[in-house]
Design a binder for this molecule. Structure first.
Ligand code: PLP
Length: 402
């Protein structure tokens, strides 16, 4: 007998479970629209050519060692990542009140900020959008936030943003709540506030003294333009708020398993920045001592070399354009088939995901009859579509609905 024999099984994580089922499925037309990663038009993962190139030069560079990185990561990388999200000419950088800490991808950056705010600032309440990426809720709960809430976000009738509901929920939350805001390409809905709406959100955040935690997992991937996708982060910083921005290089560099990210911090004073960083350093030390170097070297080298940087931007554009093409293609096919409902949301939504509006019964039908794997929420990854399977998927959606 084991002393752990009575431990309840943890729940499975839907996206990983669906991928496992997809891999076991032997149907020749199967399509995976659940995974959260880029796929080429051949439905294959893509290692960016610029990444391969940098890795080749790294492999040949005998000056690179396997020594530990500092606890807060590679300083040059943190600087480059911070500049990427805030803009190199951001006054907060010149004023030495903006900086970064290397993290275990976007998840790790979020976790560091959430831990810091809970343990060092006494934050007790946290808000995430309804719906949101499931890991936000899991992390707040694991960190024992006492009051974890969802703010209204998705409006099912308009298939757009419920701004009134969102603002109301931010206003009625306790002052000083930690609020996760998706900087761009909201996961799972693909619905982002307009610039004007961001202004209203920012005003409430300020009035309520909420802590903005901007989740920036898709910079460049959403629109193809790095500055455009970082607009909300830069806007918040320009409005005099002290912010945390969790950057991931999983999507925009295709470095999913390298776990490379940066927690960008903007404070009102340089002194505050140093204090915050020194405490986050202790959090890291106690959790995993220091981060891995490989991904950070790839990103740092690419961001600092103009030719490599241009090549990377080209790769981002390739990925973003393919998503846009699939959005347009799916909408057109659904409309041509006369699929009941409106389909403009497929092209209005931004980023890798689309919230189709399919209900759980329709999703179950798609999986069973078409071997098209979709999350229960109806979220689909546009990158799972290819010119080879898009007609088949559109027909499946049509059949699931009628
Ligand atoms: N935040 C959101 C909204 C995401 O969709 C993701 C990835 O799916 C992440 C953060 C972080 O991912 P990673 O930890 O792989 O960088």
């Amino acid at each position: 007998t084991s002393r752990f024999g009575d431990i309840a099984h943890g729940p499975s994580v839907e996206v990983f479970e669906l991928v496992a089922k997809f891999n076991e499925d032997t149907h020749p037309s199967k399509v995976n629209l659940s995974v959260g990663a880029y796929r080429t038009n051949e439905a294959k993962p893509w290692v960016l050519p610029v990444v391969r190139k940098v890795e080749a030069s790294m492999a040949a560079d005998e000056t690179l060692t396997k020594e530990y990185l500092p606890i807060t990561g590679m300083p040059q990388f943190c600087e480059a990542a911070t500049s990427l999200v805030l803009g190199a000419d951001n006054p907060a950088i010149a004023e030495k009140r903006a900086g970064g800490v290397q993290s275990l991808s976007g998840t790790g950056a979020l976790r560091l900020a959430m831990t810091f705010l809970r343990e060092l600032c006494g934050a007790k309440a946290a808000l995430v959008s309804k719906p949101t990426w499931g890991n936000h809720l899991l992390m707040f709960r694991q960190l024992k936030y006492e009051d974890v809430r969802e703010y209204r976000y998705w409006d099912a009738s308009s298939k757009g943003l419920d701004l009134t509901g969102m603002l109301e929920d931010l206003k009625t939350a306790p002052d000083g709540s930690v609020v996760v805001l998706h900087a761009c390409a909201h996961n799972p809905t693909g619905v982002d506030p307009t610039h004007e709406q961001w202004g209203q959100i920012c005003d409430v955040m300020k009035a309520k003294k909420h802590y903005p935690l901007l989740d920036c997992a898709y910079q460049g991937f959403a629109s193809g333009d790095l500055a455009m996708d970082a607009w909300a982060v830069r806007f918040f910083a320009s409005q005099g708020l002290e912010i945390f921005a969790a950057q991931s290089f999983a999507k925009n560099f295709g470095l999913y398993n390298e776990r490379v990210g940066n927690l960008t911090i903007v404070t009102a004073t340089p002194d505050a920045l140093e204090r915050v960083k020194s405490q986050i350093k202790m959090i890291i030390r106690g959790m995993y001592s220091n981060p891995p170097a490989h991904g950070a070297r790839i990103v740092n080298t690419t961001l600092r070399d103009p030719a490599l940087f241009a090549e990377w931007q080209g790769c981002i554009k390739t990925m973003a354009d393919r998503v846009l093409m699939m959005r347009a293609g799916l909408r057109k096919r659904l409309e041509n088939l006369g699929t009941p409902g409106t389909w403009n949301h497929i092209t209005d939504q931004i980023g890798m995901f689309s919230y189709t509006g399919l209900n759980p019964t329709q999703v179950a039908y798609l999986v069973k009859e078409y071997h098209v794997y979709v999350m229960k929420s109806g979220r689909i990854n546009m990158c799972g579509l290819t010119t080879g399977n898009i007609d088949y998927v559109a027909k499946g959606i049509y059949d699931a609905i009628i």
